[in-house]
Each structure stands twice: as C-alpha cells, then as structure tokens.
Design a protein around this ligand. Structure first.
Ligand SMILES: Cc1cc2nc3c(=O)[nH]c(=O)nc-3n(C[C@H](O)[C@H](O)[C@H](O)COP(=O)(O)OP(=O)(O)OC[C@H]3O[C@@H](n4cnc5c(N)ncnc54)[C@H](O)[C@@H]3O)c2cc1C
Length: 243
C-alpha cells in the first residue's frame, strides 16, 4: 500500500463497527510471523476461535481488508493479539511486517461471529497447519487459564524448525510434526498429520477444530472423521487458497 490516511474516529459500540486500536507490542515469532498486541478503546470479550477484520486505507481512498484470528485469551482484557504470517506478494500482511511499529494505530472491527468458536466443549482435538495454529492457540491459552484439566490436545503441522509459532508456549498439550525440515536432532514426528498421529493425540471424540490452508483442512478434517468424530463436531476454518 502507498501512504496511509489517518483512520476515522470510532463510531459506535458494536462488533460490526470499525474502531481504531493501538499496537502496543510486537513480537517476532518466526522469520516470517509476527504477533501484534492491539489495545482497543472498545473491547468486547471474544470466544476463542473468533477473528477480527483489519482495514488499511491509502491516501487515495483505496482500502484493503483482511481477517485475522484472535490468538489471545479473552481473559487478556482491553485488547487482542493477532498473529500474522508474511505473504511477500500480499497487500496487508507485508504492511504489518514492514511498516507497522509499536504505537501505530490500526483500524479493526470484531470480534466477528463464526461457528469456529470454542465454548468449553470437551474432549477437544485441535489440528493446525502453519498459521492455522493461531485460533487454536487462543483455545489452548484459554483452557490452560480456566479449565487446565479439560482434555484438549493440539496436533500442529509445521514445515520447518524455524517456522514453529508460539514455540516457547507449546508443552505436553501439543504434538508437533515437521513436513520438510525438522530441527537438527529432532527425534519426534515428521511428515504430514496422519491417522497414527491423530490416534497418538489420545483425544476421544469429542469436538475437533481444524484450521490451515484449504489442502490442510481437507486432509485433516477427513482424519478427524475417520477417527470417529461426528461431522457436526468437526469445525473448520480456512485461511487461504494455497499452502
Ligand atoms: C477467518 C480467517 C482468519 C484468518 N486468520 C489469519 C491469521 O490468524 N493469521 C494469518 O496470517 N492469516 C490469517 N488469515 C488469512 C488472511 O486473512 C489473509 O488472507 C492473509 O494475511 C493474506 O493477505 P495479504 O493481503 O497479505 O495477501 P493477498 O494480497 O490477499 O494475497 C497475496 C497472494 O497470496 C495468496 N494468499 C492469500 N492468502 C493466503 C494464505 N492464507 N496462504 C497462502 N497464500 C495466500 C493469494 O492468492 C495471492 O496470490 C485468515 C483468513 C480468514 C478467512
């Protein structure tokens, strides 16, 4: 995007209304993924799995709008964390990576309703590919702080060792598999998520949340069905056309 015009003022309190948040913290997660804490003048508690829309406006009025899942627990009041994967030829993600700095203001609206939300159902199986881990992390984080005994397990498919998002937060409730370049010395799983890995997660059916690229979601939701999850209990969110 070219030069950005100042965002308009807040209109009124409602998830569907645009408001202007302030970026208060930026954390580099991986070489191509950053997390942004955005404080909001009108903060509405979200459900893990929901997303916000982000809108950029150029000086000539051109606008670009994209959706980003909330990574944070709703217990973190007053703002949200968004985690954005850089697509070099994209419009919005490069702006966040290359232009936005702490203290900047950004226009957002949400939390937006979706059927991809966790209300506390259990047991819960989370299948994530790449940046598809973002809304699943909101679920894990919230469950750890509210219901740590609740059965929930994340199976997370990542291309390479350097691409693990939230690496310092993944514990016994997560199983990783590397599809291309595992870190040196890795003795765990490699290759795509398969039936054996889903079985190893040890989550009885249950509710399943599956998030990632179209191809990942197709394959992983099929595995959840084969593992005995009811079709109505397999919730999917697709982030983009490829990957
Ligand atoms: C409900 C929802 C939640 C989302 N949450 C997140 C999130 O938490 N983090 C995140 O990083 N993204 C998320 N996305 C994807 C995000 O909305 C954008 O599509 C993404 O950031 C690309 O936008 P862009 O403007 O940078 O690229 P664009 O200008 O839209 O696209 C540039 C190029 O990349 C391709 N492309 C677009 N999206 C993807 C993709 N996801 N993967 C691979 N190629 C793609 C396009 O076909 C095009 O060739 C979510 C999408 C949805 C629908």
């Amino acid at each position: 995007m070219g030069g950005l015009a100042p965002p308009p003022p807040v209109e009124q309190r409602a998830p569907g209304r645009w408001q202007v948040g302030t970026v208060t913290r930026i954390k580099r997660e991986t070489p191509r993924v950053k997390s942004f804490r955005i404080d909001l003048p009108i903060w509405i508690p979200h459900l893990p799995g929901q997303h916000y829309d982000v809108r950029l406006t150029a000086e000539d009025g051109y606008q670009a709008q994209r959706s980003y899942s909330i990574a944070s627990s709703p217990l973190d009041e007053g703002g949200i964390e968004l985690t954005i994967d850089l697509l070099e030829d994209g419009e919005v993600s490069p702006h966040f990576h290359d232009v936005v700095v702490e203290g900047d203001r950004v226009e957002v609206r949400g939390p937006l309703t979706s059927y991809f939300v966790w209300h506390g159902e259990s047991p819960a199986l989370l299948l994530g590919g790449g940046s598809g881990v973002v809304p699943l992390m909101a679920m894990l984080r919230h469950r750890r702080r509210t219901m740590p005994e609740l059965p929930m397990r994340l199976v997370y498919s990542v291309r390479a060792g350097e691409a693990v998002i939230y690496a310092d937060e993944l514990g016994d409730d997560a199983i990783l598999t590397f599809t291309r370049e595992p870190p040196s010395g890795w003795s765990g799983h490699t290759g795509r998520i398969d039936a054996a890995l889903v079985a190893e997660a040890g989550v009885e059916p249950g509710i399943a949340f599956v998030c990632g690229s179209n191809g990942f979601v197709e394959a992983a939701s099929q595995l959840a069905l084969e593992a005995g999850f009811d079709p109505e209990q397999v919730r999917t969110e697709r982030f983009g056309p490829t990957g």
